[in-house]
Design a protein around this ligand. Sequence first.
Ligand code: HEC
Ligand code: HEC
Ligand code: HEC
Ligand code: HEC
Ligand code: HEC
Length: 398
Amino acid sequence: MRTSWKITVLGLATVAVAGIVRHDTQGTQASSLKADSILARYWEPLDPQGPPPDHWTDIEASLLPDACASCHPDQFAAWQTSFHAKAFSPGLVGQLLGYDSGDVAACMRCHAALAEQRNHFEWARVQGKGHVREAQGLAAWGNSCGGCHFRERQCFGPPQRDTGVTGPGSSDAPHGGVHRSAFFESAEFCSGCHQFDSSLAVNGKPLENTYVEWQATAFAAAGVTCQGCHMPDRQHLWRGIHDPEMVKSGLVARFDASPDRARFELTSTGIGHAFPTYVTPKAVMRGVALDRTGLPEAGSVVSYVIQRVVEHIDGEWVERSDSRLLPGETARLEMDWPESGRVKMWLEVHPDDFYDHSVYDVLLQQLADGPAAELIAEADRQAEASRFNLFETEVTRP
Ligand code: HEC
Ligand code: HEC
Ligand code: HEC
Ligand code: HEC
Ligand code: HEC
């Protein structure tokens, strides 16, 4: 399963960003033409940036996020709390250690995109230190500032905040200014890593299909992009399924007590794709009968699972079921009253269910003791610990 899982994921590496729409106002100079051609292939595998211009200071030339932080502290502080900063994770590196360099490059395209990050990791691996964070250097920073903003030593960013100006900026500014483009405000920017190619569809839907899901929503029609929900006011937060407040913000829970039954209804109201969008998380609506003293009664738990369940069988992915909620859809859980007339109901969220119960368990069986197995064991513990409960409510018979 390990190899096939890998090959399927690697297929994603060929995903190209299609149909980029740009509205740059200036576009005559040669530098602008070059920038346009870079924007058109923004998420294709990256080449090294090349040497910095002679007059750049060391801090302008550095690709380390903590160098960017000296002039952009707010973005750095927010980014550090996000999963993009954690993308060179134990679960990834534990697998990369055993891959050939082509496969490593394919995975790192989304997890640590800069060519310099790839080269640094390969160097550490040759030294036998691929698993040591300090030795990984730039790679350890994961989905880094430079990977999203720098190409061929040119800085790219969104239209200027107050003026909306796009196109090339002043080359006298630090790091030669910035080429501003509406591409950064578009969902296509995110689709470079959050949408698999349609050729990888399983029952009509690729395993990561977030951009296509979003396109079909009323949010897309109203111009609410990924950034609108995940980067409010351009903050580099990227909260998602691992963040209880973010998950809560997208759902409405209703509890209803009628004489015959207790009901729990969950509606997706503020999520711009399926809930959850990936095959990796699982959400479970649960109810349990309470006795007269308020203690749960053994064996009384009822559940409704919200998840796209896939399995890898004989070299093929198969979809077992898909109960995820599209925007506006509602899931329901009902319970008969116990004698006490008291039940407790809640939503359980397992952000890393598939990794926890499929990927890491299989890897741990296959890997011999050593650094890779230790990293996967750490990832397994993190995956297990990421679960949380929401909306816990006691409902009583009227
Ligand atoms: C020495 C200070 C300095 C460093 C270091 C620096 N920047 Fe900048 N950056 C600036 C300034 C000043 C601007 C505004 C340039 C302009 O308006 O032409 C800017 C603009 C930007 C913009 C455009 C957003 C805006 O405010 O208009 C982005 C994106 C950006 N930088 C990213 C980065 C990244 C990523 C790094 C690290 C790899 C970095 N910068 C390092 C000073 C710096
Ligand atoms: C996953 C890609 C990604 C990463 C990683 C990333 N950025 Fe950005 N950044 C963006 C996007 C997209 C925007 C524009 C958001 C919008 O317009 O809503 C942006 C905007 C900015 C801006 C302009 C902010 C403004 O208010 O106008 C700066 C400055 C910036 N980023 C710096 C950084 C720095 C520094 C880091 C690392 C600490 C970083 N970015 C990491 C994607 C990224
Ligand atoms: C260079 C590839 C890349 C780009 C571009 C990118 N992402 Fe990500 N994103 C990732 C990876 C890889 C992860 C998983 C990180 C991890 O946990 O290892 C991730 C994680 C996330 C998460 C966290 C989900 C959770 O598990 O809680 C959110 C939300 C997210 N991205 C939104 C966005 C948005 C919005 C954009 C566009 C502005 C974007 N990403 C652009 C690669 C990317
Ligand atoms: C097209 C972009 C893309 C490619 C290529 C890619 N990933 Fe990911 N990866 C993601 C995103 C997005 C997430 C977060 C969503 C999820 O969990 O499915 C993620 C999550 C993960 C996670 C769980 C979170 C973490 O970091 O611990 C692991 C492990 C992982 N990927 C390993 C790999 C491996 C190994 C490869 C290469 C075989 C690979 N990925 C290739 C985009 C990508
Ligand atoms: C209307 C707001 C909204 C829009 C638009 C939106 N999201 Fe989300 N997204 C959410 C909320 C809320 C969550 C948390 C619940 C969940 O996990 O589905 C989330 C979760 C996620 C996750 C976590 C993984 C998972 O399985 O759910 C990723 C990754 C993500 N979004 C990426 C994107 C990308 C990429 C786009 C654009 C193509 C986008 N989102 C558009 C609100 C939004």
